[in-house]
Design a protein around this ligand. Structure first.
Ligand code: ATP
Length: 305
């Protein structure tokens, strides 16, 4: 697998306080990588370090294979777009002129692609309206457009939906999915709400107290949180035959119990099992929500929002 960004034992101290401890992450090319953690977990600090706004105290990271200590990193960093904290907009300029300035900053000489970019972030009809008059959602989308100038390989977004209303959240989500799909841009995005990221992320890292607690794919997370029932049966093999014949999705655990996924009609399952002389001795329901999963992982020691 190809990785756009890799960190190795990355640490960051502020004074005597260790804020990030040995962060090892691999962000696959083309992924939407969700960084999930409570307030103060270290998400912004990590993003500030990998975008070059702060230097690591120890450890390294590589961008498209180039180490942060390599001279070439400045050039490679131009292939990274970032929106960390509030977007640096010129409030008395239109969306177009904000983007034009960013093009100039990046040394781009043709502005032909600005209308495309405005369309991508659904701001093409804003005309001469100044960014200072935009809604928060529009400002955030303009911030993403600024980060997208020069068509970067990776977009780093720190809590981009913070403070947005439900409609704003949906627009941001759809826009990011479009950017990822149409431009193959890898996205590293942070949030303190797992549910929000679950609608777009392909991979996750859970961070707490400056440490990565777990990394997993969207499929693995789904498997862990999908409605399921654990069955304890008299004959595991025979029960698997029953489940195969009836089309249930299941997984056999190492202790012989069986996790059956989806909405399960218990009466039907007992009936089918009975035909094969299998006794269902116990049914344990699991319906863990994403947030419950997250809270179990990070513990309930702190405020989540
Ligand atoms: P939030 O969602 O609240 O922004 P976060 O996960 O992004 O949280 P960070 O902003 O990275 O967390 O903060 C992690 C820790 O580092 C916090 O305890 C914070 O107080 C501390 N911290 C952040 N910036 C600085 C700084 N410049 N100097 C000292 N401590 C800092």
């Amino acid at each position: 697998m190809e990785y756009v960004l890799e960190t190795s034992s990355l640490c960051k101290n502020y004074g005597k306080n260790r804020i990030l401890s040995n962060i090892d992450l691999k962000i696959p090319k083309g992924s939407i990588y969700g960084l999930v953690g409570k307030n103060g977990a270290g998400k912004t600090t990590l993003m500030r370090v990998v975008t070059g706004l702060q230097s690591p105290t120890s450890g390294t990271y590589t961008l498209s294979g180039v180490k942060n200590t390599d001279m070439k990193i400045t050039k490679v960093r131009r292939r990274m777009g970032a929106l960390v904290e509030t977007p640096g907009l010129y409030k008395n300029l239109s969306a177009y002129d904000n983007l034009k300035l960013q093009y100039i900053n990046l040394g781009l000489t043709s502005y032909d692609t600005i209308p495309e970019l405005l369309e991508l972030v659904s701001l093409k009809d804003t005309g001469k309206k100044h960014a200072g008059k935009f809604s928060l959602g529009m400002r955030q989308r303009l911030g993403v457009a600024l980060a997208m100038c020069g068509n970067p390989d990776i977009l780093v977004l720190d809590e981009p939906v913070n403070g947005l209303d439900p409609q704003g959240i949906i627009e941001m989500r759809e826009m990011l999915l479009k950017i990822n799909k149409e431009r193959s841009t890898t996205i590293l995005i942070s949030s303190h709400i797992l549910d929000e990221l679950s609608r777009l992320a392909t991979d996750y890292a859970f961070i707490d107290n400056g440490r990565i607690l777990q990394t997993l794919s969207a499929e693995d997370l789904l498997r862990k949180t999908t409605k399921a029932a654990r069955l304890i049966v008299s004959d595991t093999k025979a029960m698997c035959r029953v489940l195969d014949n009836t089309g249930f999705k299941y997984e056999v655990a190492s202790d012989g119990s069986i996790d059956v996924f989806g909405d399960i009609n218990i009466t039907r399952m007992v009936h089918e099992a009975d035909k094969e002389d299998v006794e269902i001795l116990k049914v344990i329901e699991n319906d863990e929500t994403l947030e419950a999963y997250f809270m179990n992982l990070v513990g309930n020691g702190g405020e989540q929002s």
